[in-house]
Write a protein that binds this ligand. Sequence first.
Ligand SMILES: Nc1ncnc2c1ncn2[C@@H]1O[C@H](COP(=O)(O)OP(=O)(O)OP(=O)(O)O)[C@@H](O)[C@H]1O
Ligand SMILES: [Mg+2]
Length: 300
Amino acid sequence: MVHEMQKSAGADILLDQAEGLRRMRVQKAVKVIAVASGKGGVGKTNIAANLAIALAQKGAKPLLFDADLGLGNIDILLGLSPRYNLSHVISGEKSIQDVLVTGPRGIRILPAASGIARMAVLDSQAQASLIHAVSQLDIEVDYLLIDLAAGIAGDVLTFSRAAQDVIVIVSNEPASITDAYALIKVLSRDHGVKRFRVLPNMVRDQHEGQLLFQRVAAVADRYLDVTLDLVGTVPMDMALRSAVRSQRAIVELYPDSPAACAIRELASTVRSWPLPSGSAGHMTFFMERLLSAERAQQNL
Ligand SMILES: Nc1ncnc2c1ncn2[C@@H]1O[C@H](COP(=O)(O)OP(=O)(O)OP(=O)(O)O)[C@@H](O)[C@H]1O
Ligand SMILES: [Mg+2]
Protein backbone atom coordinates (compact mmCIF):
# COMPACT_ATOMS: atom_id res chain seq x y z
CA MET A 1 0.00 0.00 0.00
CA VAL A 2 2.57 2.58 1.14
CA HIS A 3 4.76 1.59 -1.74
CA GLU A 4 1.91 1.94 -4.22
CA MET A 5 0.85 5.30 -2.83
CA GLN A 6 4.37 6.66 -3.22
CA LYS A 7 4.62 5.86 -6.89
CA SER A 8 4.46 8.98 -8.95
CA ALA A 9 5.20 7.94 -12.54
CA GLY A 10 2.14 8.47 -14.76
CA ALA A 11 2.11 4.91 -16.06
CA ASP A 12 2.04 3.52 -12.55
CA ILE A 13 -0.86 5.75 -11.60
CA LEU A 14 -2.77 4.57 -14.66
CA LEU A 15 -2.07 0.97 -13.73
CA ASP A 16 -3.22 1.66 -10.18
CA GLN A 17 -6.42 3.21 -11.46
CA ALA A 18 -7.09 0.31 -13.79
CA GLU A 19 -6.55 -2.10 -10.92
CA GLY A 20 -8.86 -0.04 -8.70
CA LEU A 21 -11.57 -0.05 -11.36
CA ARG A 22 -11.24 -3.78 -11.85
CA ARG A 23 -11.68 -4.36 -8.12
CA MET A 24 -14.63 -1.98 -8.02
CA ARG A 25 -16.33 -4.00 -10.73
CA VAL A 26 -15.95 -7.24 -8.81
CA GLN A 27 -17.21 -5.65 -5.58
CA LYS A 28 -20.65 -6.88 -4.69
CA ALA A 29 -23.43 -4.73 -3.31
CA VAL A 30 -23.02 -3.65 0.29
CA LYS A 31 -25.88 -2.69 2.57
CA VAL A 32 -24.70 0.11 4.84
CA ILE A 33 -26.55 0.35 8.15
CA ALA A 34 -25.79 2.94 10.82
CA VAL A 35 -26.71 2.12 14.42
CA ALA A 36 -27.47 5.35 16.29
CA SER A 37 -29.36 6.41 19.41
CA GLY A 38 -29.14 9.96 20.56
CA LYS A 39 -28.69 9.08 24.22
CA GLY A 40 -25.66 7.03 25.22
CA GLY A 41 -25.66 3.64 26.86
CA VAL A 42 -28.87 2.32 25.28
CA GLY A 43 -27.26 -0.67 23.57
CA LYS A 44 -25.85 0.45 20.20
CA THR A 45 -22.57 -1.43 20.47
CA ASN A 46 -24.15 -4.61 21.83
CA ILE A 47 -26.81 -4.63 19.15
CA ALA A 48 -24.46 -3.73 16.29
CA ALA A 49 -21.96 -6.43 17.30
CA ASN A 50 -24.55 -9.13 17.93
CA LEU A 51 -26.47 -8.22 14.78
CA ALA A 52 -23.25 -8.63 12.80
CA ILE A 53 -22.65 -12.06 14.33
CA ALA A 54 -26.29 -13.09 13.83
CA LEU A 55 -26.04 -12.05 10.18
CA ALA A 56 -22.88 -14.13 9.86
CA GLN A 57 -24.70 -17.08 11.45
CA LYS A 58 -27.18 -16.75 8.58
CA GLY A 59 -24.41 -16.89 6.00
CA ALA A 60 -23.83 -13.15 5.45
CA LYS A 61 -20.41 -11.49 5.41
CA PRO A 62 -20.71 -8.43 7.62
CA LEU A 63 -18.10 -5.81 8.34
CA LEU A 64 -18.53 -4.05 11.66
CA PHE A 65 -17.18 -0.53 11.72
CA ASP A 66 -16.40 0.97 15.12
CA ALA A 67 -17.12 4.63 14.45
CA ASP A 68 -17.40 5.72 18.06
CA LEU A 69 -14.95 8.59 18.31
CA GLY A 70 -13.40 8.57 21.72
CA LEU A 71 -14.96 5.53 23.29
CA GLY A 72 -14.96 2.87 20.58
CA ASN A 73 -15.29 -0.41 22.43
CA ILE A 74 -16.38 -3.21 20.12
CA ASP A 75 -12.99 -4.79 20.71
CA ILE A 76 -13.48 -4.80 24.48
CA LEU A 77 -17.03 -6.11 24.13
CA LEU A 78 -15.82 -9.04 22.03
CA GLY A 79 -12.56 -9.59 23.89
CA LEU A 80 -10.33 -8.61 20.95
CA SER A 81 -7.20 -6.48 20.95
CA PRO A 82 -6.63 -4.77 17.61
CA ARG A 83 -3.21 -3.20 17.09
CA TYR A 84 -4.13 -0.71 14.41
CA ASN A 85 -7.07 1.38 13.23
CA LEU A 86 -8.18 3.42 10.27
CA SER A 87 -5.77 6.25 11.06
CA HIS A 88 -2.92 3.90 10.12
CA VAL A 89 -4.59 3.37 6.74
CA ILE A 90 -4.93 7.10 6.15
CA SER A 91 -1.32 7.71 7.11
CA GLY A 92 -0.27 4.96 4.72
CA GLU A 93 1.42 2.89 7.46
CA LYS A 94 -0.95 -0.06 7.03
CA SER A 95 -3.24 -1.45 4.40
CA ILE A 96 -6.89 -1.79 5.21
CA GLN A 97 -6.38 -5.55 5.22
CA ASP A 98 -3.78 -5.20 8.01
CA VAL A 99 -6.15 -3.18 10.14
CA LEU A 100 -9.16 -5.50 9.97
CA VAL A 101 -9.60 -7.95 12.81
CA THR A 102 -11.67 -11.09 12.72
CA GLY A 103 -14.32 -11.64 15.35
CA PRO A 104 -16.78 -14.43 16.20
CA ARG A 105 -18.24 -16.30 13.20
CA GLY A 106 -15.59 -14.70 11.02
CA ILE A 107 -17.11 -11.22 11.11
CA ARG A 108 -14.65 -8.51 10.13
CA ILE A 109 -14.16 -5.53 12.39
CA LEU A 110 -12.66 -2.21 11.38
CA PRO A 111 -11.40 -0.43 14.50
CA ALA A 112 -11.69 3.18 13.55
CA ALA A 113 -11.83 5.35 16.64
CA SER A 114 -8.87 7.63 16.22
CA GLY A 115 -9.00 7.45 12.42
CA ILE A 116 -12.42 8.99 12.35
CA ALA A 117 -11.38 11.73 14.72
CA ARG A 118 -9.05 12.88 11.97
CA MET A 119 -11.52 12.44 9.17
CA ALA A 120 -12.89 15.95 9.59
CA VAL A 121 -9.50 17.40 8.77
CA LEU A 122 -8.57 15.13 5.89
CA ASP A 123 -7.18 16.98 2.92
CA SER A 124 -8.13 15.88 -0.56
CA GLN A 125 -5.03 13.69 -0.92
CA ALA A 126 -5.85 11.82 2.28
CA GLN A 127 -9.44 11.45 1.13
CA ALA A 128 -8.25 10.03 -2.18
CA SER A 129 -5.96 7.61 -0.38
CA LEU A 130 -8.81 6.47 1.84
CA ILE A 131 -11.10 5.83 -1.14
CA HIS A 132 -8.23 4.05 -2.85
CA ALA A 133 -7.61 1.94 0.25
CA VAL A 134 -11.25 0.93 0.49
CA SER A 135 -11.40 0.08 -3.21
CA GLN A 136 -8.47 -2.27 -2.53
CA LEU A 137 -10.46 -4.08 0.13
CA ASP A 138 -10.14 -7.61 -1.08
CA ILE A 139 -12.74 -9.31 1.08
CA GLU A 140 -16.32 -10.16 0.42
CA VAL A 141 -18.63 -7.89 2.41
CA ASP A 142 -22.39 -7.66 2.07
CA TYR A 143 -23.30 -5.67 5.19
CA LEU A 144 -21.44 -2.74 6.66
CA LEU A 145 -22.71 -2.08 10.18
CA ILE A 146 -21.61 1.20 11.68
CA ASP A 147 -21.60 1.46 15.46
CA LEU A 148 -21.93 5.18 16.15
CA ALA A 149 -21.13 7.34 19.12
CA ALA A 150 -23.98 8.72 21.20
CA GLY A 151 -25.24 12.21 20.57
CA ILE A 152 -25.60 14.32 17.46
CA ALA A 153 -22.01 15.37 16.85
CA GLY A 154 -20.82 15.93 13.30
CA ASP A 155 -19.45 12.46 12.63
CA VAL A 156 -22.66 10.76 13.81
CA LEU A 157 -24.62 12.87 11.33
CA THR A 158 -22.09 12.28 8.57
CA PHE A 159 -22.21 8.51 8.90
CA SER A 160 -25.99 8.41 9.26
CA ARG A 161 -26.43 10.54 6.20
CA ALA A 162 -24.12 8.37 4.11
CA ALA A 163 -25.69 5.09 5.26
CA GLN A 164 -28.60 3.48 3.44
CA ASP A 165 -30.47 2.63 6.62
CA VAL A 166 -30.36 4.13 10.09
CA ILE A 167 -31.41 2.03 13.07
CA VAL A 168 -32.27 4.29 16.01
CA ILE A 169 -32.12 2.48 19.35
CA VAL A 170 -34.37 3.78 22.06
CA SER A 171 -34.97 2.67 25.63
CA ASN A 172 -37.96 3.43 27.79
CA GLU A 173 -36.71 6.44 29.67
CA PRO A 174 -37.52 10.07 28.98
CA ALA A 175 -33.98 11.16 28.04
CA SER A 176 -33.63 8.32 25.54
CA ILE A 177 -36.92 9.21 23.88
CA THR A 178 -36.20 12.94 23.63
CA ASP A 179 -32.63 12.33 22.43
CA ALA A 180 -33.79 9.85 19.78
CA TYR A 181 -36.32 12.43 18.63
CA ALA A 182 -33.62 15.14 18.54
CA LEU A 183 -31.42 12.90 16.39
CA ILE A 184 -34.26 12.11 13.98
CA LYS A 185 -35.14 15.79 13.82
CA VAL A 186 -31.66 17.04 12.95
CA LEU A 187 -31.05 14.21 10.46
CA SER A 188 -34.32 14.82 8.66
CA ARG A 189 -34.26 18.60 8.77
CA ASP A 190 -30.61 19.28 7.96
CA HIS A 191 -29.39 16.10 6.28
CA GLY A 192 -32.22 14.80 4.15
CA VAL A 193 -32.60 11.47 5.99
CA LYS A 194 -36.29 10.62 5.78
CA ARG A 195 -36.59 7.00 6.86
CA PHE A 196 -35.64 5.57 10.24
CA ARG A 197 -35.81 2.08 11.64
CA VAL A 198 -36.62 2.27 15.33
CA LEU A 199 -35.49 -0.48 17.69
CA PRO A 200 -36.71 -0.34 21.30
CA ASN A 201 -34.15 -2.00 23.58
CA MET A 202 -34.23 -3.10 27.22
CA VAL A 203 -38.03 -3.32 27.22
CA ARG A 204 -40.13 -5.68 29.35
CA ASP A 205 -41.92 -7.22 26.38
CA GLN A 206 -42.98 -6.57 22.79
CA HIS A 207 -45.99 -4.61 23.94
CA GLU A 208 -43.84 -2.13 25.83
CA GLY A 209 -41.64 -1.90 22.73
CA GLN A 210 -44.63 -1.09 20.56
CA LEU A 211 -45.87 1.60 22.95
CA LEU A 212 -42.41 3.11 23.03
CA PHE A 213 -42.29 3.14 19.24
CA GLN A 214 -45.71 4.76 19.09
CA ARG A 215 -44.60 7.54 21.43
CA VAL A 216 -41.64 8.40 19.21
CA ALA A 217 -43.67 8.00 16.01
CA ALA A 218 -46.54 10.17 17.25
CA VAL A 219 -44.30 13.20 17.81
CA ALA A 220 -42.30 12.57 14.65
CA ASP A 221 -45.47 12.26 12.53
CA ARG A 222 -46.78 15.47 13.94
CA TYR A 223 -43.71 17.66 13.55
CA LEU A 224 -41.38 16.03 11.02
CA ASP A 225 -41.52 14.80 7.46
CA VAL A 226 -40.21 11.29 8.16
CA THR A 227 -41.17 7.63 7.97
CA LEU A 228 -40.48 5.53 11.04
CA ASP A 229 -40.62 1.74 11.02
CA LEU A 230 -40.60 -0.46 14.08
CA VAL A 231 -37.84 -2.91 13.22
CA GLY A 232 -38.13 -5.22 16.22
CA THR A 233 -37.78 -5.07 19.99
CA VAL A 234 -35.01 -6.36 22.23
CA PRO A 235 -35.99 -7.23 25.81
CA MET A 236 -34.12 -6.36 28.95
CA ASP A 237 -32.11 -9.51 29.55
CA MET A 238 -29.64 -10.24 32.34
CA ALA A 239 -27.97 -12.77 30.04
CA LEU A 240 -26.78 -9.83 27.94
CA ARG A 241 -25.10 -8.26 30.96
CA SER A 242 -23.50 -11.56 31.81
CA ALA A 243 -22.23 -11.88 28.22
CA VAL A 244 -20.79 -8.35 28.44
CA ARG A 245 -18.92 -9.33 31.60
CA SER A 246 -17.54 -12.42 29.86
CA GLN A 247 -16.51 -10.31 26.84
CA ARG A 248 -18.53 -12.58 24.59
CA ALA A 249 -21.43 -11.96 22.24
CA ILE A 250 -24.80 -12.98 23.67
CA VAL A 251 -25.84 -14.63 20.39
CA GLU A 252 -22.86 -16.96 20.84
CA LEU A 253 -22.75 -17.42 24.59
CA TYR A 254 -26.49 -17.58 25.33
CA PRO A 255 -28.12 -18.26 21.96
CA ASP A 256 -31.44 -19.23 23.53
CA SER A 257 -31.79 -16.15 25.72
CA PRO A 258 -34.66 -13.77 24.88
CA ALA A 259 -32.33 -10.94 23.76
CA ALA A 260 -30.33 -13.29 21.49
CA CYS A 261 -33.57 -14.56 19.90
CA ALA A 262 -34.72 -10.96 19.36
CA ILE A 263 -31.42 -10.03 17.74
CA ARG A 264 -31.61 -13.06 15.44
CA GLU A 265 -35.11 -11.96 14.44
CA LEU A 266 -33.71 -8.51 13.75
CA ALA A 267 -31.05 -10.13 11.56
CA SER A 268 -33.78 -11.91 9.57
CA THR A 269 -35.59 -8.60 9.10
CA VAL A 270 -32.39 -6.91 7.97
CA ARG A 271 -31.79 -9.78 5.54
CA SER A 272 -35.20 -9.09 4.00
CA TRP A 273 -34.26 -5.50 3.10
CA PRO A 274 -33.26 -5.23 -0.53
CA LEU A 275 -29.57 -4.78 -1.28
CA PRO A 276 -28.78 -1.64 -3.26
CA SER A 277 -28.33 -2.24 -6.95
CA GLY A 278 -25.61 -1.13 -9.35
CA SER A 279 -22.48 0.78 -8.43
CA ALA A 280 -24.45 2.81 -5.84
CA GLY A 281 -24.20 -0.24 -3.62
CA HIS A 282 -20.41 -0.49 -3.73
CA MET A 283 -18.20 0.18 -0.77
CA THR A 284 -16.24 2.71 -2.82
CA PHE A 285 -19.42 4.61 -3.55
CA PHE A 286 -20.22 4.64 0.15
CA MET A 287 -16.80 6.07 0.96
CA GLU A 288 -17.30 8.82 -1.61
CA ARG A 289 -20.73 9.56 -0.20
CA LEU A 290 -19.27 9.63 3.29
CA LEU A 291 -16.62 12.12 2.33
CA SER A 292 -19.09 14.38 0.52
CA ALA A 293 -21.39 14.19 3.55
CA GLU A 294 -18.37 15.21 5.62
CA ARG A 295 -17.77 18.22 3.37
CA ALA A 296 -21.45 19.20 3.49
CA GLN A 297 -21.33 18.89 7.28
CA GLN A 298 -18.39 21.28 7.42
CA ASN A 299 -20.27 23.81 5.29
CA LEU A 300 -23.39 23.81 7.46
N1 LIG B 1 -31.13 -5.79 26.13
C1 LIG B 1 -30.40 -5.51 27.21
N2 LIG B 1 -30.62 -6.12 28.39
C2 LIG B 1 -29.90 -5.82 29.49
N3 LIG B 1 -28.91 -4.90 29.49
C3 LIG B 1 -28.63 -4.27 28.36
C4 LIG B 1 -29.35 -4.53 27.15
N4 LIG B 1 -28.84 -3.74 26.18
C5 LIG B 1 -27.85 -3.01 26.75
N5 LIG B 1 -27.72 -3.32 28.07
C6 LIG B 1 -26.79 -2.74 29.05
O1 LIG B 1 -26.41 -1.47 28.63
C7 LIG B 1 -24.99 -1.37 28.59
C8 LIG B 1 -24.57 -0.43 27.50
O2 LIG B 1 -24.72 -1.06 26.25
P1 LIG B 1 -23.89 -0.57 24.98
O3 LIG B 1 -22.46 -0.36 25.34
O4 LIG B 1 -24.17 -1.50 23.88
O5 LIG B 1 -24.58 0.83 24.75
P2 LIG B 1 -24.14 1.97 23.72
O6 LIG B 1 -25.39 2.61 23.26
O7 LIG B 1 -23.22 1.44 22.70
O8 LIG B 1 -23.34 2.95 24.69
P3 LIG B 1 -22.45 4.20 24.24
O9 LIG B 1 -23.43 5.30 23.91
O10 LIG B 1 -21.63 4.50 25.46
O11 LIG B 1 -21.64 3.78 23.05
C9 LIG B 1 -24.51 -2.79 28.41
O12 LIG B 1 -23.22 -2.99 28.92
C10 LIG B 1 -25.53 -3.58 29.22
O13 LIG B 1 -25.17 -3.57 30.58
MG1 LIG C 1 -21.30 2.06 22.09
